[in-house]
Design a protein around this ligand. Sequence first.
Ligand SMILES: NC(=O)c1ccc[n+]([C@@H]2O[C@H](COP(=O)([O-])OP(=O)(O)OC[C@H]3O[C@@H](n4cnc5c(N)ncnc54)[C@H](OP(=O)(O)O)[C@@H]3O)[C@@H](O)[C@H]2O)c1
Length: 353
Amino acid sequence: MKVWGEPRREPAEGGEDAASSSEARLAAVAAEAGLELAPETARGHDHGDGGPHAHRHPHEHAAPGDPPFLGIVGAGAVGTALGVALSRAGWPITAVASRDAARRERFSRLVGGTRAFAEATAILDEVELIILAVPDDALATLARSLRLYSGQALVHTSGALGAEVLQPAMAAGTQIGSFHPLVAFADTERAVAALHGATVAVEGDDQLVALLAEMAEVIGATAVRLAPGSKSAYHAAAVLAAGGFDALLDAIAELGRVAGLDEASSLAIYGPLIEQTLGNARALGIGAALTGPITRGDVGTLQAHLATLEAHAPGVLALYRAAAEREIDLAAARGTLTPDAVRRLRDTLAMRS
Ligand SMILES: NC(=O)c1ccc[n+]([C@@H]2O[C@H](COP(=O)([O-])OP(=O)(O)OC[C@H]3O[C@@H](n4cnc5c(N)ncnc54)[C@H](OP(=O)(O)O)[C@@H]3O)[C@@H](O)[C@H]2O)c1
């Protein structure tokens, strides 16, 4: 995956000091993004941008140099953690929309200074930049129910879908994009901490991407722009790294139970082995980090494992076999197995399937 890199921002005029000033950067970025942060653009005026879909908009406008007024739709795992992280970084979360009263209340308590609505459409009157943090399957329908006002931008947080799913919400003078943090949002505080140092894939036109890069930066993350057409593969890798890895942990814990270990004990015992493997892969490369019976062509051990799994943990068999296939590929590629050993290992897997 080649065409990714940090979106570039032009420094503000006035040298290094001015360029590093957060106010100057935000003013420059907001201006570039076409977001209307000027105070004279008072609530309730008509942009008169002449576009076929231009219409009046009452939404708020931030002062020059200030971050845009933000609204979040969806007070779930991602919406809440982003709300907390951005508000702590000084970006105002002006409004939140969640259909669930308990989630609205929790969001308001954690974020503060936020107006909470049940309807996503209600926050359009309040903000300049809207983040849709709702399930992927809900995005298209939600976008069709929204109509942006000129000067507003709409982004979603999905890693699987492109920004184009938001197209139905567009009107003249509006922008769409996406902001996908590569973080496992299992718990709000842990996710807020994990955003520091995380990667955020951003999408949109150049100006909006510059603003989204700024938004990533203030929460301690690094924005990257993916090569066109690569988002699905990038996201599939992320799903393997997070959910896929958790499924692997579950299989490890199931085998641990057969050996008399509870889940905590399995994590305590196998956790350091996982960390060693990750460390080896980082230091030596993935191929060189491979250890175990397959690297030695040890068919007898493979047969014994398959027999044990069939008898005591049949639910783990498919995952073990798929991993073994991949391990044989890796071992063969690094030249540590003879062609005959590769054939015998593959035959063993096929015989017991
Ligand atoms: N979880 C992760 O680790 C992770 C990481 C990166 C990106 N993402 C992406 O972030 C997005 C949100 O994921 P999440 O994990 O935060 O999901 P979540 O915890 O299930 O929260 C989703 C929120 O959207 C609201 N919602 C659900 N269906 C809706 C609909 N039809 N219309 C409007 N709102 C609806 C929910 O209900 P209420 O309106 O009732 O509150 C909830 O507040 C997804 O696109 C996901 O792919 C997730």
